[in-house]
Design a protein around this ligand. Structure first.
Ligand code: NAD
Ligand code: MG
Ligand code: ZN
Length: 277
């Protein structure tokens, strides 16, 4: 893992450093990028929900200003996290922004205690929000999700959700439910979304996915039996695609794409892909 971006718990009560500015619509950027002098930002009248110390980029302190809504800043514009992922050669900057987006969303959703309704404050020594009244802690939310490539020899089972870009088909994915193992989740989601059964799923690797707070646990599974029956609400189309005739595929930096490329590499004797950290 590269050292350009290092998360750390910095005290926002201190002064100076750089800051990224986030709200639900994305990040503020200008010709110099996404890092602004924090002291300069704090002279603007920003609708601040939370200020968090994030860590170090190239050794410099980076903070987050989480806003209630986007504001106009002369010479700057707003852009969504997905666009930064698509255009960034620099995966360190995307890792920093992905972390910032998750911390900002979590902090803005935990300003008040879900248990007693009092104001929450930042815990001094942990990445946690703590209730001033009942003391309850809330840590950043991470949602484990499985993602699985199901194959049958030279064929890949790919599906599209109505949310996907036109023509794009991907591997199956879904959130782990309370009390289930990730392997049970793989079987359940495959059965729910396309109605087929699979052989023992094999864990491949994982990827943090900040849209909005998933941890993707990647698997490969061989098809066992059954015809494709699509789940109407989640799956718009699904089918078996030959490795020699594939549809539009997911974004190059996604684990979905990695699982597909890894299988193609094995079947076709190509060099194995690398999953961006
Ligand atoms: N990195 C990748 O390559 C990649 C590829 C595909 C999907 N994903 C991610 O996988 C995750 C799950 O995929 P999916 O959308 O197919 O999930 P899914 O099949 O479980 O269905 C999505 C539905 O689950 C519900 N839901 C939303 N958030 C939830 C949560 N935290 N816990 C439980 N249920 C929740 C909502 O009703 C939503 O419409 C998403 O975050 C998605 O962005 C990542
Ligand atoms: Mg799904
Ligand atoms: Zn409370």
């Amino acid at each position: 893992m590269s050292l350009r971006w290092q998360p750390a718990l910095l005290d926002p009560a201190g002064e100076g450093g750089w800051a990224v500015v986030h709200c639900q619509q994305g990040f503020l950027f200008d010709a110099n990028g996404v890092l602004f002098p924090r002291a300069w930002l704090k002279r603007l009248e920003l609708p601040l929900l939370s200020e968090q110390g994030l860590g170090y980029f190239d050794g410099d302190e980076v903070f987050l200003l989480e806003l209630a809504h986007p504001v106009e800043v002369p010479g700057a514009a707003w852009q969504g996290l997905r666009q930064f992922m698509m255009q960034d050669e620099d995966s360190d900057r995307f890792r920093m922004l992905g972390f910032a987006a998750q911390i900002g969303t979590w902090a803005s959703h935990h300003r008040f205690c879900g248990s007693c309704g009092h104001r929450m404050r930042q815990h001094p020594t942990e990445r946690a929000m703590q209730c001033e009244s009942c003391g309850i802690h809330h840590y950043p939310r991470i949602s484990p999700s499985m993602i699985v490539l199901v194959t049958r020899g030279d064929e890949l089972l790919l599906a599209r959700s109505p949310r996907f870009a036109p023509g794009v088909y991907s591997t199956l994915a879904g959130f782990v439910e309370p009390g289930e193992s990730v392997e049970q989740c793989v079987r359940r989601e495959v059965s729910e979304e396309v109605g087929v059964s699979i052989r023992e799923p094999r864990y491949i690797c994982s990827q943090g996915w900040p849209f909005p707070h998933s941890l993707m646990l990647g698997f490969h599974a061989e098809y066992a039996s059954g015809e494709i029956v699509m789940q109407p609400e989640e799956i718009e189309d699904a089918g078996w695609f030959s490795i020699h005739d594939l549809p539009g595929l997911p974004a190059p930096k996604s684990i979905a794409r990695y699982l597909i490329e890894l299988y193609l590499a094995k079947r076709l004797g190509r060099a194995e892909p690398v999953l961006p950290g």
